[in-house]
Every structure is written in C-alpha cells, then in structure tokens.
Ligand binder design. Sequence first.
Ligand SMILES: Nc1nc2c(ncn2[C@@H]2O[C@H](COP(=O)(O)OP(=O)(O)OP(=O)(O)O)[C@@H](O)[C@H]2O)c(=O)[nH]1
Ligand SMILES: [Mg+2]
Length: 697
Amino acid sequence: MKEYQSKEVRNVVLLGATKSGKTTLAEAMLFEGKVISRMGTVEDKNTLSDNNELEKLNQRSIYATPLYAEFAGSKINFIDAPGSDDFIGGAYSAFRVCESGVLVVNAQQGVEVGTESFVRRAESQKLPMIIAVGQLDADKADWDNVQNSLKETFGGKMINVQFPAGAGASFDGVIDVLTMKYYKGGDVLDIPAEYADQAEEYREQLIEKAAEFDDTLMEKYFEEGTLSEEEIHSGMNKGITSGDLYPVFCVCGKKDIGVKRLMEFIKDVAPAPACKEDGPASLFIYKNDVEQHLGEVSYFKVMSGTLTTGMDLEDPVSGNKDRFSAIYAVAGSKKEAVTNLHAGDFGCAVKLKNSRSSTTLSIPGSGIVYDKIQYPAPKYRCAIKAKVQQDDQKLGDALKKIAAQDPTVVVEYSKELRQTILSGNGEQHINIVKWRLNNEFGLEVELFAPKVPYRETITKVACAQYRHKKQSGGAGQFGEVHLLVCPAEGELNTKFMINGKETQLNIKTQDITELEWGGKLEFYNCVVGGSIDLGFMPAILKGIKERMVEGPLTGSYARDIRVFVYDGKMHPVDSKEIAFIIAGRNAFREAFRNAGPKILEPIYNVEVMTPSEYQGAVMSDLQNRRGMLGDMGADKGFAILKARVPLAELYRYSTTLSSLTAGSATFTMEFADYQPVPGDVQTKLLADYAAQEKEED
Ligand SMILES: Nc1nc2c(ncn2[C@@H]2O[C@H](COP(=O)(O)OP(=O)(O)OP(=O)(O)O)[C@@H](O)[C@H]2O)c(=O)[nH]1
Ligand SMILES: [Mg+2]
C-alpha cells in the first residue's frame, strides 16, 4: 500500500436511519477502492462490513466497522455505523475520529426520525455532513418527497449537487451540476438535453451558494457571474466544514451508481484531518474488539506525528508501554500490514497491553493525552444473574469483557439493591449481550426487572429519646439520647416546641454530610450542661448514619434530614461508644417514623421524538406510566414530547415505544430528581417491605 500523507487522507462516518443502505453503500465504496473484487449483500451475509457473527444473524449492523478505500491517490477511511438507536455507541466513537459524515437518506422514506436523530447528534458534535440520497432504484423512491423533507430539516443549508436521471426501475444514473456530467453506470457522459434546463438551474444555485462562504469568491461571482470548479470546491469546503452547507448527492449502493463520484467529491472537497504531522507520534484508540485467531484488536487514529513499526508508545495515564511490532491498515476483517501511518490516518494493532478504547498512546515523555469519548446515557436497565449461582463469578468476568469492548454496555453491582444492574441502549442491545453470554461464554443468565433505588425522607418535626442500658454479666453499657429531627430544607431554624415547651436550641458543634447516595445529613449538637460528653457525639452520629443506610420505612437510603441532639444521660462507668451508637440509632428511627416519613422515587426526564401520527398514542402511554407531560413541540415535521416519568414505570419503555410507533420513534432519558411517591404506591411499598422483613425473620 502507498504511504499516505495527512492531506491525502479523508475520514468519514456513514450515518443514517436503520436500513437506509449504509452497509450496502460501504460495500460499493470498497469495490470502487478495489479492496474487494465482488460486492456482497446484507441478505447474503457476505459484506465486508457486517462480518460479525451477530450481524450476519440479524442482517443489520451492530458494531461500527472501520473500512478504507484507496481512491485516485487518496485514502478514504470510512466507518460504517449502525443505524439503530440500540447500537448508537459506534457512531459516537466515529464522531471522535472522523472529520465529516455521509448521511444516507433512503429515497423511499425521505428524512426519518432515525435520520433526524443522527442530524441532531452530529450537529451537537459539530460534525460536517454530506447527504447521500440512496435506494433511488427502488420502486417507491420519491425524489420530490426527499427534497421536501430535506428542506424541512436543513432549510437553506442544503444544496443539490446532483439529481437523479429517472426514478425507480428507470433510474440509471445521476446528473451532477458541479462537473456538469451525467454519470451512467461506469460511464461519464454529457448531460442529455432533457435534463439540461434543470441542470443549469441547479448549477446557478450551487455556485451562488458556494460563493457565500468566502468574500473573495463572492466578489468574483458578482463580477464574472461564475466560478471555476476549483473555486466552487474551495467555497463548498468552507461551508461544509463550518456546518453551514449540506450538499446533496444521489447514490444507489446496490447497483453501484453514483458511488465513485461521491468518493471523488469526498477526496476533493470533504475536510481533511487537522492533525499535527510533525512532532511526537500519538494515537487515540476509538474501538477495541476481540477477533478469532488474533485476540484483542485496537483500532486507532494517529493524532500527531508518524507511527512507525517498532515504535514504543506509552499510555501517559497508566505509564504502561506498548511496542508496535506490527501495524495494519484495516477494512473490516481484512488487514494489510504497513510500515508507517501519518497523522490523521486510521489503523489497528493487535494484543496491545493498553488496548482499551478511549486510550491515548504517545511518545514517552511527550505528555499528550486526549479526552475520553463521551457516550450517551444508557436508557434500558435490567437486573441480571446467572441461572446457577456457581456461575456468578464467571458472569462478572464475562460482563467485564463485553463492557470493555462496548462502552455503551454498563455493568454495576448495586450494593443498595443487591443486584447486578446491566444497562444499555435498548432491549435489542441487551439481547445481544445475552446472546454473547450464551454463545461465547457458555453462560445461562436470567434478566429481570431491577429494583428501584427509592429514598426515604421526613416532612415534619418530631422528637424521640432512647435509653440503651445493659447490665447483665460483666461490664455494663449505658447511653441515653434525646433528639429532634426535621427536614433539611430552608433556613436553619433552632426554635422548636419540645415536650410542649418552646425551646431555643444552641448549637455547640455541627457536622454536615453530603451523602454518597444524594442529599445530606445535618447533625447539630445542642446539648446543655454537659449531659453528654462531646466525645460521644461521633458515636451518636455513627448510629444515625447506620440507620440512614437502611431507612426505617423500606430499608432504602434516607436523605435530607436535620438532627438536633439536645439532651441525654451518661453513666460514670458504663457509658461507652457502643452504647451511644445504639441509642443514637434507635432514637433516630423512632423520631423518623413520627416525622411524616415519605418514600421518594427517582424521576427521569424523558424526551420522545415521533412522527406526529403516533403523538396521541405516545402521550397516553406516558400518562399511564404516571408521566407528567411537559413541553410539547414540533421539530422539522416530527412531534417532540417531554415528560417527567418515575423510573419505576420505565422498565422496557424502549420496547413499548417501538411497538407503539412501528419502530419510528426515538427517545432519551436522563435522571432529574427524587419526588415523593403517591400515597397508594407508598402503602404498597410499605406492605411489600413488611412482608419481606417477615420472610427474613
Ligand atoms: N433497492 C435498493 N435496496 C437497497 C439499496 N441499498 C440498500 N438496500 C437494501 O436496504 C436494506 C438495508 O440495507 P443496509 O445496507 O443493511 O442498510 P444499513 O443502513 O446498513 O442498515 P443498519 O445497519 O441497520 O443501520 C437491505 O435489504 C438492502 O438490500 C439500494 O441502493 N437499492
Ligand atoms: Mg448497516
């Protein structure tokens, strides 16, 4: 393989709704780049991109696959990202290493919710995009509809570089108004007379648009009424790079029409990597995988300098070194050994010690570190356990391995819930994990609804006292604590009715704890006349904290409570730490129970984007989940619904949403806050806890 300099490299990610035709387009690009000599199809399970067992089984992309094509003296690296929201992680990895995206829009559908959702994500990552309208050969292809929906999404920022010659079965090529040629099959022809007027009109619009992004070009355009092809390229490059221009191309991946021309445009106009070519070598790993016969493979982008075989690089965070005895250019399962990779280029290496994605490796001492990739928060949560208990350890190890390869799989053991919680982007995503556990690790597992991390708090003031006294046998124990609790909100008030008497408390010492499970505990020592030694205060606080870990109502964490210890008693011999821990714990429990205790539940902000025809169904389903509907809006032809929904009602939401909307909606969810549960829910939770306590007795 030729050695490519930074300016000869382009890195693009193929994005778009599921089934829009990205993998098929990738296959045609590989064919044009002569990486393969025959095009496979997704149906025949023989594409280079969907080469993973699971992808073949599901006939769809699940992982983002790095590919390349050598084309007219350039190397186009491209990543085929999965379109499904369940496998969105791959796109986020690609966002970090690609300078632009190709947004594939299915001509039979126009802009779908899935397309729109990628547009939002890409825009939020400031990723420039080229639009490729695909599947133009299909019977239901509808160019006018695509045009309308693109206009709705991109407004004045979209510009047609091409339009199709014929549609559906009669589609046989594309008219390009930048080159003013007709691309028919492998031939480049003059534009037929029937398309000439349309081509002229589009060309005028294109040139005027390209001039918009550069004052010199604008001047020249005004003076001469036209621009050279090179000038149009330069103007478009500026507009695309700044995210103000979305050029529209036409392709048919399946019949390899327009693909070569799209690649030519990527080479000529798409933004080149902005990397430092000189200086110390550094790279960033964006994907990590385990492959048969090879072991761990790390996929990276060279971020600066030149990576050469035999080089030693170091992870500046861990200090571990790796020798790059072999490096490869990589297209799916095909790897070609190379000697040098220049800044901006993609490659892979096997069996690195620092193999994880989001790792930086750089020349020792250079101190270069790149930020980790930020993935969207998972939105499907379930509990998992091995069918047979002896497999627990094995399950933990397997999940760790899977999560290392797919950073959007999140596994944590919740001490609070005493469950292993597996989170991902949707039920399909989780089912993939389950399949891998079964088939790759030989583990039978059970998935079930996770417990909800409830919290407990109080709503009013209450007092309690507790005397702990033990005098049997040897050394006795004695401790007595009088305390008052109230909600930790608003200004600190120290005047209370205690035993029917208005009492002003004087704070001697205080201890404010930010609780690791959220909220706080404020502890005030207001004891007068030395009825309890200062030295016993930490013991009392310890007892209270113990009880807050296992809240008095349902055993959930307690939060947001003020405690005032205002009196108590000691014994000259028998008072010791343990006695005050117990007295503090029990006095707190009693006061808590009398202070209008409430169970709190986690509330999530849910945002659904759906075609408007399903709006009603989505709304009433959210209401059935005790959701509080918030702002409603419309964006580019889709309805956007916002709601605050209790986590307890969100189990398998993605699955329901998908069946309500024929798979056409997307949603996000994000923790908002804790709110009291409704009375009937509280009654039920208390009864459940009482029953469980009884069982354990
Ligand atoms: N007629 C026609 N069908 C196409 C074309 N491109 C793709 N298809 C079909 O559309 C379906 C989806 O194609 P894929 O290439 O797997 O789509 P994708 O965007 O990679 O889908 P995901 O991996 O799920 O995101 C397959 O059945 C393809 O055969 C095309 O240019 N013309
Ligand atoms: Mg695909």
